[in-house]
Structures are given as structure tokens and as C-alpha cells.
Design a protein around this ligand. Structure first.
Ligand SMILES: Cc1cc2nc3c(=O)[nH]c(=O)nc-3n(C[C@H](O)[C@H](O)[C@H](O)COP(=O)(O)OP(=O)(O)OC[C@H]3O[C@@H](n4cnc5c(N)ncnc54)[C@H](O)[C@@H]3O)c2cc1C
Length: 288
């Protein structure tokens, strides 16, 4: 398997931020991944799983231990009837495309999520009132004993931006989805509409990690941030997007420390104004 030392994580995150990982490994397949997990666990080495890095803020000091890349070598998609079987590194956009090419409907609202299916399952990603969990039949994971096992939907404990994967430290290797028969042309049109909505509403011209905060109960994080006059607020090169208040963007030279300070500033103001604790949706890796 490919092993890189002191690999800069800014090369692997959509924020374009992050210091070096001690070791960055790209397993060639699921079997190498299992072997690697066994080895790291037996030696007590800390590890992190990365898909496309679109939901991550990695510290400027980087991460100690091993980052394991799932994206590059494990991304096959296989369609059988109305069922789609995908490896964890397949991108959501590729799956959406494959579904459309096979006249399968159901995936369209999720087509613009820029990450992998493994990342999406881990946090039950969703968009436009649809969560990935609604399409899941089963998921193959590497469990705590470094064995591959199949978990069915009701064993995955899905809820808003949550699944059992993170709680248990499982690694997703394969996902089986159930779609419905549809019309290819209609599906393509729907996908174009969802993509257009994103282009209008999201600051896609800047590096970011999407919405920074989870939706608090009975409120919307972006609305609270907007109403607290935080749009345009910045720390160093990190700025609350003026296009979508839920996003923090990297305007060019932001550090992880800049983004982190801005997150704290937003949390503090929302707590003062509304007595609401905004919880980050993005994952923080390393020391801040
Ligand atoms: C412009 C933009 C728009 C976005 N829009 C949306 C949106 O509409 N809805 C939404 O939900 N999210 C959105 N996101 C966030 C992000 O794309 C999703 O959370 C996506 O599912 C993350 O996938 P990833 O492969 O990039 O995961 P990463 O960022 O690489 O990792 C995120 C987490 O998942 C874990 N993980 C990744 N792969 C695996 C695996 N195989 N097994 C176990 N754990 C794994 C990681 O360890 C980490 O904890 C957006 C992000 C951006 C930049």
C-alpha cells in the first residue's frame, strides 16, 4: 500500500487547511485496509479515516498517528436491478450519476454533497429533506475486532447527522442502497435543479467544509448567525460567508486556528443572544 510521511492535510481537505499527518496511507483494497487496522490497533497507534475531507477542520499542527485514505482505491459502484452496491470511497456525485444512467430515482437531492458515501453514512448526510439513511439497506464495516461485518439499516442507529459508525469507531467499506425505477431524463432534470440551488445559495467559489454547525432544536443555525449580524465577520483569513451564514470560508490564507476562533466567536454570540449551544457538524482533528 502507498505510504506517505509528513503529508500535508491541506492537500486533502476542502477547506485547504491542515498541517502534516505523521503517516498517510492509501490501502489498495478492503483486505489491505483490514490488515492495516489490525496492525495499528495491535500497536496502539491512533488512526483517522478520511474520505474526501469535505467535513473536516484539521489543526495547523496536523495529526499524530496515521490517516487512512478510503477515497483513492475503493470506489467501485455496482448496479443490480434497483439495488446499488458501492465501495465506501465512491463519491456521492458519481453514485447519483450512476443511478441516473440506470434510470433509478431517489438519490437526486443528495447529488451535490461533495463527499464520499463512507463519510455520508458516518454522519447520515442529508440535503433537501432527504437523508442517506432513507436509502440504506445494509453497510459493511470493519468492527472493533478488525473483522468485516454487515449491519442492516435498523442496526445503524441513524438519526439527524448521526450513526453508530462514529460511536463505535467502525470503518465503512461497502454500502448497499435501495432505489426505485424512474425516468432517466426526469432524474437528470431534478439533479440539475438541486445543483443550481446549491450554486445560488452556497459560496462554492471559496474553500469550505459546508455548514459548520448542526441544526439546533427548533431553529436554523444559519438564520441565528445571520440575525446576530455575524455575516462577514472574520478572523485572519476565515470569514462567515456573506452568501450563506452557515458556512465559514477560507478567503485565501486562513489557518485552522483562524477558523476555530471564528467558530468560538459565533458560539459565544449565539449563546448570549439566544441561550442556544451551537454544536459543530464538522469534525475537528488534532489539537486546537
Ligand atoms: C460545499 C459543501 C457542501 C456540503 N453540503 C452538504 C449537505 O448538503 N449535506 C451534508 O450532510 N453535508 C454537506 N457537506 C459536508 C460533507 O460533504 C458531508 O458531510 C460528507 O458526507 C462528508 O464526506 P467525506 O467523504 O468528505 O468525509 P470526510 O470529511 O473525509 O470525513 C468526515 C467524517 O466521516 C468519517 N469517515 C469518512 N469516511 C469514512 C468511512 N469509510 N468509514 C468511517 N468513517 C468515515 C471521517 O473519519 C470523519 O469523521 C458539504 C460540504 C461542502 C464542502
Amino acid at each position: 500500500m502507498k505510504v506517505l510521511l509528513k503529508e500535508n492535510m491541506s492537500n486533502h481537505t476542502s477547506f485547504r487547511i491542515g498541517g502534516p499527518a505523521d503517516v498517510y496511507v492509501i490501502p489498495a483494497n478492503e483486505f489491505e485496509l483490514v490488515d492495516l487496522m489490525r496492525f495499528l490497533r495491535s500497536k496502539g497507534i491512533k488512526y483517522y479515516i478520511i474520505g474526501k475531507g469535505t467535513n473536516l477542520l484539521v489543526s495547523d499542527k496536523g495529526v499524530r498517528g496515521c490517516v487512512i485514505n478510503i477515497l483513492d482505491k475503493m470506489s467501485k459502484i455496482n448496479v443490480i436491478g434497483n439495488k446499488v452496491s458501492v465501495e465506501a470511497g465512491a463519491l456521492m456525485v458519481q453514485i447519483a450519476d450512476e443511478c441516473c444512467n440506470n434510470n433509478l430515482t431517489g438519490f437526486e437531492p443528495l447529488c451535490g454533497i461533495p463527499g464520499t458515501i463512507g463519510g455520508a453514512i458516518s454522519m447520515n448526510a442529508g440535503a433537501y429533506d432527504k437523508e442517506i439513511s432513507s436509502l440504506v439497506l445494509s453497510v459493511d464495516v470493519i468492527d472493533e475486532n478488525s473483522k468485516i461485518k454487515t449491519l442492516y439499516k435498523d442496526e445503524l442507529d441513524f438519526s439527524y447527522r448521526h450513526s453508530i459508525i462514529e460511536d463505535m469507531g467502525y470503518v465503512v467499506t461497502k454500502v448497499r442502497l435501495q432505489l426505485r425505477e424512474g425516468d432517466g431524463e426526469e432524474i437528470r432534470k431534478k439533479m440539475s435543479r438541486f445543483t443550481a440551488l446549491r450554486t445560488i445559495k452556497q459560496p462554492l467559489e471559496y474553500p469550505s467544509a459546508g455548514s459548520v454547525f448542526k441544526r439546533p432544536e427548533n431553529a436554523f443555525a444559519s438564520q441565528l448567525i445571520q440575525e446576530s449580524n455575524l455575516q462577514g465577520e472574520s478572523v485572519g483569513g476565515a470569514e462567515v460567508s456573506s452568501k450563506h451564514a452557515g458556512f465559514i470560508v477560507n478567503t485565501g490564507n486562513a489557518t485552522a486556528a483562524d477558523v476555530y476562533k471564528l467558530i468560538e466567536k459565533i458560539q459565544s454570540r449565539i449563546l448570549t443572544y439566544y441561550n442556544i449551544n451551537l454544536e459543530p457538524e464538522i469534525k475537528l482533528w488534532g489539537k486546537f
